[in-house]
Design a protein around this ligand. Structure first.
Ligand SMILES: *[C@@H]1O[C@H](CO)[C@@H](O)[C@H](O)[C@H]1NC(C)=O
Ligand SMILES: *[C@@H]1O[C@H](CO)[C@@H](O)[C@H](O)[C@H]1NC(C)=O
Ligand SMILES: *[C@@H]1O[C@H](CO)[C@@H](O)[C@H](O)[C@H]1NC(C)=O
Ligand SMILES: *[C@@H]1O[C@H](CO)[C@@H](O)[C@H](O)[C@H]1NC(C)=O
Ligand SMILES: *[C@@H]1O[C@H](CO)[C@@H](O)[C@H](O)[C@H]1NC(C)=O
Ligand SMILES: *[C@@H]1O[C@H](CO)[C@@H](O)[C@H](O)[C@H]1NC(C)=O
Ligand SMILES: *[C@@H]1O[C@H](CO)[C@@H](O)[C@H](O)[C@H]1NC(C)=O
Ligand SMILES: *[C@@H]1O[C@H](CO)[C@@H](O)[C@H](O)[C@H]1NC(C)=O
Length: 689
């Protein structure tokens, strides 16, 4: 259920991303350093405006008659409209608004030193058309009839050179919304600027609008020469207007340009340079968005409906995951399958205490029987609820579910239910190695051949995990109780993998605190690195070898020694190695094999990870095809940090491996600090390195 919901949320998030993408801004850039006739193709020039003398003449620049300049209005706009806001957004108040930045160089010139009139404006309007009778005070924006009507849908930055009754003066900038009576003005005189002085002067304006902050800023600076460099933009705007919501003013698709007018007096309204950057909403995606909404919404609704239906119909809430990974797992015949929780509940008689086979670090193992298949199973219920995540688990499962080896306990399947994870293994009726070694005096002890066979079986399983499988798997919890023994005394390694799916902070080691026989399996470097590696598996394997040969648990206190390995090393130094062999065998063992195994066990117990034999060599040492390692008489000291990298032969390729058992370092350091034998003489290493 949780998994489905996660996927659903993912789908919805994706969908929202698509919706957001539909609101994504695109950027338009245009830049005119001067103007000529070729620009008539891009610009809508409403007569009597014209392009002449390398400039936009918003009102006529007629050399002939004064008359031709007076009482005129004109417009020049970019022909392309821009989508400035999202008219289809379900929530208008949260939909995106375009932003723009524009800069233009103007010259308002009064011929013959006459009074200047009327003004020039930068405009965003719903159309490029010049309103009739928009001369004089109307600046080419409105006329007496339409002025102030909200259906005008424009916003203009006026640069006004003629005082009307409503104007502060004849030298100001103002913000006009749908009418020429400005909503906000600022006198230029206050800033030492005469925008239309006697003689030619050039001013550069910057108009910036931020669609998210909804702030409009206007800057102005004088430019020394017509063709000179652009002056730096002043630090502070001359006029700033806040809470300007474009979508409440202009049409969704609007045009950018200029308008201007003259009246009873005249002026030249020249724009000499212009650049404009608009972060507009992509118009191409509008239909797309519609289609998306039309298809996507019903699908989501249906999907939600189906899920909730499923949820209610299935009272036990046993929803099978439908992920791709699981789909693939299911499709492979003979591979582990998913079990229903109720199936396992029934098989184990509701997880009856009597069916409990054991309790490990990560959970409890129950014995069960699937009646329909007449098959005995061992169900491991992981106690942790804090699985790192569904995907981690599935990734892990895809790795371990393909592990197949005659010395591995076969995985039959899994069950994942409400954050609970159960793994189903084939039941091993003969129990664990642990059980066979220590089952008590009344039963005949495990004979030498069986012991040897078990050790070599475990070695070959380890070799498979470490080197033969396509992904390196580290067992990380190798111990006698994890080694199952079948009817023919073949070893079957169990409980492998899954390190990544489980919370890294603790491991079965950490939880086994105080349990004798677990602590001795942990390699000393693990307390520092917190990571399980192949070398730490080898270390644990060494402990298993000594355990099997000596018939004593690794944590057995013997002589003055805390650990079995220390005692065996002592026996080795004294030249009495074979006295370490389990006395219960009553001398009935192969001495050559026993010596080889004991030396191998010691070599694997080397405190320095890089000095331990490699798994592939271990297999051959046991088989006797490679010489037994040379073990120094004194146990070498544990050195940290190690001089050699862990996992020496593949330290760079850690990505594909499962090596993540972390350990809490504090508790166990003492285990190695009170070593009895510390010998700093050079250790010659073992023969097969
Ligand atoms: C017009 O201006 C453009 C650059 O904006 C330039 O490439 C082109 O040559 C000019 N045309 C004429 C006729 O001057
Ligand atoms: C200005 O021009 C308009 C026509 O565009 C005309 O109706 C009006 O009378 C003129 N006004 C003056 C003062 O010349
Ligand atoms: C739109 O969004 C605003 C702010 O997020 C919220 O206050 C308002 O209720 C929403 N309106 C609708 C119709 O969803
Ligand atoms: C305009 O005034 C300037 C300075 O006041 C003067 O130099 C110029 O000759 C005048 N131009 C005309 C056409 O009167
Ligand atoms: C021009 O002057 C006349 C008379 O002085 C006035 O009625 C008219 O409104 C003025 N026109 C403009 C456009 O200011
Ligand atoms: C505003 O303009 C619209 C359309 O041009 C018109 O129908 C409406 O009557 C006008 N409103 C006013 C107050 O003039
Ligand atoms: C626009 O305003 C938003 C929010 O105040 C801010 O994060 C962003 O940087 C501004 N954009 C520009 C180009 O200044
Ligand atoms: C636009 O022009 C202004 C000044 O004219 C300049 O500061 C700015 O860098 C220009 N922007 C672009 C994108 O050309």
């Amino acid at each position: 259920m949780r998994f489905l919901l996660e996927k659903l949320i993912l789908i919805i998030l994706c969908y929202m991303q698509i919706l957001a993408a539909a609101q994504k801004l695109k950027t338009y850039n245009t830049k005119y350093d001067s103007f000529n006739e070729t620009h008539y193709t891009e610009l809508d020039v409403q007569k009597p405006a014209m392009i002449s003398n390398d400039a936009l003449q918003i009102t006529p620049d007629s050399a002939s008659e004064d008359f031709d300049r007076k009482n005129k209005s004109g417009r020049i706009f970019l022909k392309t409209p821009f989508r400035l806001w999202d008219g289809h957004s379900s929530n208008k108040s949260t939909s995106k608004i375009a932003s723009f930045t524009t800069s233009f160089l103007i010259n308002i010139y009064r011929p013959k030193n006459e009074t200047a009139a009327e003004g020039l404006a930068f405009v965003i309007a719903s159309n490029t058309q010049l309103p009739p009778n928009s001369e004089g005070a109307y600046l080419g924006l409105t006329n007496a009839k339409t002025d102030g009507n909200i259906s005008n849908k424009f916003i203009a930055i006026e640069i006004d050179t003629f005082k009307q009754s409503f104007d502060p003066d004849g030298n100001h900038v103002g913000i006009d919304i749908n009418g020429v009576e400005s909503v906000k003005t600022e006198s230029l005189s206050k800033h030492g600027i005469d925008i239309a002085p006697i003689g030619p002067k050039f001013f550069n304006f910057w108009v910036q609008y931020n669609g998210s902050s909804k702030v409009l800023d206007i800057f102005v600076a004088e430019q020394e020469e017509k063709t000179g460099p652009t002056p730096p933009k002043p630090y502070s705007p001359i006029l700033s207007y806040k809470n300007l919501d474009l979508k409440n003013i202009v049409n969704e698709y609007s045009y950018f340009g200029f308008s201007g007018s003259t009246g009873n007096y005249s002026q030249l309204n020249c724009v000499l340079r212009w650049n404009l950057t608009v972060d507009y909403l992509d118009k191409g995606q509008k239909e797309w968005l519609h289609i998306g909404l039309a298809i996507g919404v019903p699908i989501i609704v249906l999907f939600l409906g189906a899920i909730w239906l499923g949820y209610y119909l299935n009272k036990r809430r046993v929803l099978r995951s439908n992920s791709d990974i699981l789909g693939k797992l299911k499709s492979l015949p003979g591979t582990p399958r998913e079990f229903k929780f109720r199936e396992l509940k029934k098989a184990t008689n509701n997880f009856d205490e009597k069916h409990k086979l054991g309790q490990g670090g990560f959970g409890v193992v129950y014995r069960g029987k699937i009646a329909s298949e007449n098959r005995e199973i061992a169900v491991k219920w992981f106690s942790r609820e804090n699985l790192k995540g569904q995907d981690d688990f599935l990734a892990e499962l895809t790795i371990i579910n393909r592990l197949r080896h005659k010395h591995l306990v076969p995985l039959l399947g899994w069950c994942h239910r409400n954050m609970k994870l159960l793994l189903v293994y084939e039941y091993m009726p003969n129990g664990s190695l642990d059980h066979h070694l220590f089952r008590g005096p009344e039963v005949e002890t495990l004979n030498w051949n069986f012991r040897h066979k078990i050790i070599s079986g475990v070695a070959s399983a380890l070799q498979y995990l470490h080197n033969e499988y396509d992904q390196r798997v580290v067992h990380r919890d190798l111990k006698a109780s994890n080694i199952m023994v079948d009817a023919n005394f073949n070893a079957r390694l169990g409980d492998f993998g899954l390190a990544r799916a489980l919370d890294n902070e603790k491991t079965s080691y950490a939880e086994a605190e105080g349990v004798l026989g677990t602590i001795g399996y942990i390699a000393p470097e693990c307390f520092h690195t917190g990571r399980a590696t192949r070398q730490s598996d080898v270390y644990a394997f060494g402990a298993v070898i000594l355990e099997v040969v000596c018939g004593l648990r690794p944590g057995t206190k013997i002589g003055n020694f805390t650990y079995l390995a220390d005692w065996v090393w002592f026996m080795h130094r004294d030249g009495h190695l074979l006295e370490a062999v389990d006395p219960r065998l009553k001398g009935d063992y192969d001495a050559e094999q026993a010596e080889r195994l004991l030396l191998l066990g010691l070599a694997c117990s080397h405190p320095i990870a890089s000095e331990r034999p490699r798994t592939q060599d271990i297999v051959q040492i046991i088989a006797g095809t490679v010489p037994t390692p040379i073990v120094p008489p004194f146990k070498p000291a544990f050195v940290w940090p190690s001089m050699m990298p862990l996992d020496i032969d593949s330290s760079a390729a850690n990505t594909g491996s499962i090596t993540t058992a972390s350990l809490t370092t504090s508790h166990y350091n003492s285990g190695w600090s009170d070593q009895q034998y510390v010998n700093r003489e050079n250790y010659t290493g073992n023969s097969m390195v």
